[in-house]
Design a binder for this molecule. Structure first.
Ligand code: NAD
Length: 433
């Protein structure tokens, strides 16, 4: 696949007319209505508190200077420091970062970890810049907003296009500025640098906890269920692997290179082997006898029990929602289903585990990493898995109970639970001055 083709396919599904932030606000409004919040209560917690845009001049390997644009949004810090990833992607824009920061506030509240919400992004294509350029860009991003970050202010983590190496550079830049070893300023670090056991697979592990709970509620036998996963990065690949280990039949996977299908089930460990030293699934169909789907978006429309969109936002819209056949959608990605699509899925009685609940395993283990950094004492993977499982199950139960109590969708219920928690603390703290 040429770089040009890769570019075209990476951006092909993102409809610029859909504002992720507007979608997020509509989700908020639907829950605020159920709770009968007053306009004052809404005003205090709805809009982002701080929005920062920075220009980042970076010396490129050929000696030229390229000025990148970066963002950090702190949506809310009522319940604790802002928490949320930093995305390096060519499609980053302020609307998207605001939406992602917003979802982080309510994700942390729904899984009940003591953080607020934040998110960052840099407009760049990390696959097209060298490792040295990437390091200079990452350090410049962190240094430019060094006052905004801090273990008690704002704690970033990896997201699309960033990884533990970039978190190490963030942590080192911050520690050099403050002349102290301060690992708790970022999470998702390598183990040797204060990372946590279980963080790499945490988001996917959390997704599978929620799928298990949902399957038990819907009386779906996981061992006899079929799965399609969109996206084969951190979230998608580990979701496919853990679901495969649970006994599910994963029949389709995809990434920017295309979608690959086998009605009889895909040998996911063999795909992991294939991916060693590779970035893309491209070519996996030949070695593993899979069928490459003509249109990658058709993966979303397969008649499977469980669909896991784990790529980017706005994948299921009012245009394709009517054709979705899955019984359950587990939102691995943030915002993969638009507000309008939600209504159609609800009418079709498709059970959606909303992103702020479904993919909150990542921020949960990030919280455990932050706690360990602050104690200077590190827990075993067993301990991490126990805590993750308990927190995810408690969150799922709170949302399901609320959904049944108010007779609303799981998405509205998740926002109801989260907004109540944020509002309660906002009122306890009151207004300064
Ligand atoms: P990643 O960069 O590791 O992987 C993204 C994957 O999506 C890649 O395989 C890419 O090829 C694929 N992709 C991109 N556009 C696609 C398209 N149009 N069709 C099919 N595949 C496409 O990112 P990630 O960390 O796995 O994050 C994926 C999603 O999960 C994002 O929405 C992110 O915000 C969300 N999320 C991530 C975490 C985490 O811990 N990494 C936590 C919570 C939520």
């Amino acid at each position: 696949m040429t770089e040009k083709e890769l570019d075209a396919v990476t951006t092909q599904n993102i409809d610029p007319s859909i504002s992720a932030f507007e979608n997020a606000l509509k989700q908020f409004d639907a829950a605020a209505k159920v709770l009968n919040l007053t306009p004052d209560q809404i005003a205090v917690i709805k809009a982002p508190r701080r929005v920062m845009e920075v220009q980042l001049p970076v010396r490129m390997d050929d000696g030229s200077i390229h000025v990148f644009t970066g963002y950090r949004v702190q949506h809310n810090t009522t319940r604790g420091p802002a928490k949320g990833g930093v995305r390096f992607h060519q499609g980053v824009n302020l609307d998207e970062v605001k939406a992602l920061a917003f979802w982080m506030t309510y994700k942390c509240a729904v899984v009940n970890v003591p953080f607020g919400g934040g998110k960052g992004g840099v407009i760049c294509d990390p696959s097209k810049i060298s490792k040295g350029e990437l390091e200079r860009l990452a350090r410049r991003y962190f240094a430019e907003m060094v006052d905004m970050f801090g273990p008690d202010r704002d704690v970033p983590a990896p997201d699309v296009g960033t990884n533990p190496q970039i978190m190490s550079w963030f942590m080192d830049t911050y520690s050099m500025h403050y002349r102290e070893y301060l690992p708790a300023v970022v999470t998702g670090k390598p183990l040797e640098l204060g990372g946590s056991e279980g963080r790499t697979e945490a988001t996917a592990q959390g997704i599978v906890h929620t799928i298990r709970e949902a399957a038990s509620h819907l009386k779906i036998d996981l061992k006899r269920s079929t799965v399609a996963v969109q996206g084969f990065g951190n979230v998608g690949s580990y979701s496919a692997k853990i679901l495969h280990n649970e006994g599910c039949k994963v029949v389709a996977i995809s990434d920017v290179s295309g979608a690959y299908y086998n009605e009889g089930g895909i040998d996911i460990p063999a795909v992991f082997n294939y991916m060693k030293g590779r970035r893309l699934l491209e070519g996996v169909d030949k070695g593993l006898k899979l069928q490459k789907m003509k249109n990658a978006m058709e993966l979303l429309e397969l008649p499977v029990d469980i669909l896991v969109p784990a790529a980017l936002e706005n994948q299921i819209t009012s245009k394709n929602a009517g054709r979705i056949k899955a019984k359950m959608i587990a939102e691995g990605a943030n915002g993969p289903v638009t507000f309008d699509a939600d209504k159609i899925l609800d009418e079709k009685r498709i059970f959606t585990i909303p992103d702020i609940l479904c993919n909150s395993g990542g921020v949960t283990v990030s919280y455990l990493e932050w706690v360990q950094n602050r104690m200077g004492y590190y827990w075993s993977n067993e301990r991490i898995q126990e805590d993750l499982s308990r927190l995810m199950k408690d969150a799922f139960k709170a949302v399901l109970d609320t959904s049944l109590q108010y007779k609303v969708s799981m998405r509205v219920a998740a926002f109801v639970v989260a907004i109540q928690r944020v509002t309660r603390v906002a009122e306890m703290r009151g207004l300064y001055a």
